[in-house]
Design a protein around this ligand. Structure first.
Ligand code: NAD
Ligand code: IPM
Ligand code: MN
Length: 363
């Protein structure tokens, strides 16, 4: 099969981890006889520096004409004082909106070999396997009005949380579809004791649930959900929630797996190419040191193979290779357990590629 992949490396460790994922995709291409072509384009701070905007029109064109988009991460202290429209993160929000990437799917799976790498006890995280389905194109991130003004001599700021019913419906439906293929349970997370938007979200969830009698629906307030994720994460199958809650809960959930550098994601489009990216950011504190964990991005590439290209065997091969390398004891510094020695970003990528080749030779 021939596939066109748009590559947006972005800033900081984004560049390093995407390099790893491309190498793994190339290895899969060779092994399974696919032709993957990679077209690079700018986003984030790097795009601001080179083109004066965080999402150049060319970049959007390249993405729209691709079969899928692979993204690293954006942002960094260099641009933190920029005005809102010239922030790297704005580029990410714009591309999510422009490509209609409404469903951000963030699977949380604990690898057996990393059970002791989490700050939580092994008994708590063993067999954890759930997915956070985060609404990605609405809510506080896109609400209008938003900004500062002087009102009656007082500096005032406003961010607006706004959703259309159809936006709630499609993401909740997506979560039910996913639950149907899993353990048939949806936990809808909201703040219905305070927010009107959450009360409407609950109402929509109840309506959607009627069309999925085989799937159980429960509601959970977000503050309780944050606690339950640590207390008993095995209770979850599919968590569906609005944009900001999903952002926060998924970073929290990543620590069940041992590191933020482990969690992949797919941002699914309603009508065009989808985008795949790790959930972590540009990690400026470790950028250019060749120590970032590339696994979140490599697993995001596996999600691309499965969800955008229908290449289930290839996706499984990548996931197996990651598992084998971890089982063999290799770790990057973020998950390293004393007295183990850590390996670099490039070494981790090499080990995963080797595991792919060996796996291919066996099967
Ligand atoms: P971050 O996710 O970049 O980093 C948080 C911590 O996790 C840091 O200590 C970092 O070193 C570590 N970490 C993250 N990814 C890692 C990896 N692959 N391997 C090893 N360690 C890793 O979050 P932050 O520091 O709050 O934000 C830094 C910048 O990234 C900000 O500009 C923020 O806006 C941006 N950001 C971008 C995205 C994205 O592009 N999708 C996501 C989150 C944050
Ligand atoms: C993420 C990031 C982004 C978000 C930022 C960088 C805009 O934290 O992808 O999780 O909040 O969505
Ligand atoms: Mn985030």
């Amino acid at each position: 099969m021939k596939k066109n992949i748009a590559v947006l490396r972005g800033d900081g460790v984004g560049k390093e981890v995407v390099k790893g994922a491309i190498e793994v995709l190339k290895a899969i291409g060779e092994q399974y006889d696919h032709e993957f072509s990679f077209q690079h384009a700018l986003i984030g701070g790097t795009a601001i520096d080179k083109e004066g905007t965080p999402l150049p029109a060319d970049t959007l064109e390249v993405c729209k004409h691709s079969d899928a988009v692979l993204l690293g991460a954006v942002g960094g202290p260099k641009w933190d004082q920029n005005p809102p429209h010239l922030r790297p993160e704005k580029g990410l929000l714009q591309i999510r909106k422009a490509l209609n990437l409404y469903a951000n799917v963030r699977p949380v799976t604990c690898f057996n070999s990393l059970l002791d790498a989490s700050p939580l006890k092994r008994e708590i995280i063993e067999n954890v396997n759930f997915v956070i389905v985060r609404e990605l194109t609405g809510g506080l991130y896109f609400g209008k009005p938003s900004g500062r003004k002087i009102e009656n001599g007082e500096e005032t700021v406003v961010d607006t949380l706004s959703y259309k019913r159809v936006e709630m419906e499609r993401i909740i439906e997506k979560s039910f579809e996913m639950a149907r293929a899993r353990k048939k349970k949806v936990t809808s997370v909201d703040k219905a004791n305070v927010l009107e938007s959450s009360r409407m979200w609950r109402e929509v969830a109840e309506e959607v649930a009627k069309r999925y009698p085989d799937v159980a629906l429960e509601h959970m307030l977000v503050d309780n959900a944050a606690m339950q994720l640590i207390r008993n994460p095995r209770q979850f199958d599919v968590i569906v929630t609005e944009n900001m809650f999903g952002d926060i809960l998924s970073d929290e959930a990543s620590m069940l797996t041992g590191s933020l550098g482990m969690l992949p994601s797919a941002s699914l489009s309603s009508n065009g190419p989808s985008l795949y990216e790790p959930i972590h950011g540009s990690a400026p504190d470790i950028a250019n040191m060749n120590i970032a964990n590339p696994i979140a991005t490599i697993l995001s590439a596996a999600m691309m193979l499965r969800l955008s290209f229908g290449m289930e065997d290839e996706a499984k091969a990548v996931e197996r290779a990651v598992e084998q390398v971890l089982a063999a004891g290799y770790r990057t510094a973020d998950v390293v357990q004393f007295p183990r020695k850590s390996i670099s970003t490039t070494e981790m990528t090499e080990r995963i590629k080797e595991a792919l080749v060996e796996d291919g030779a066996i099967s």
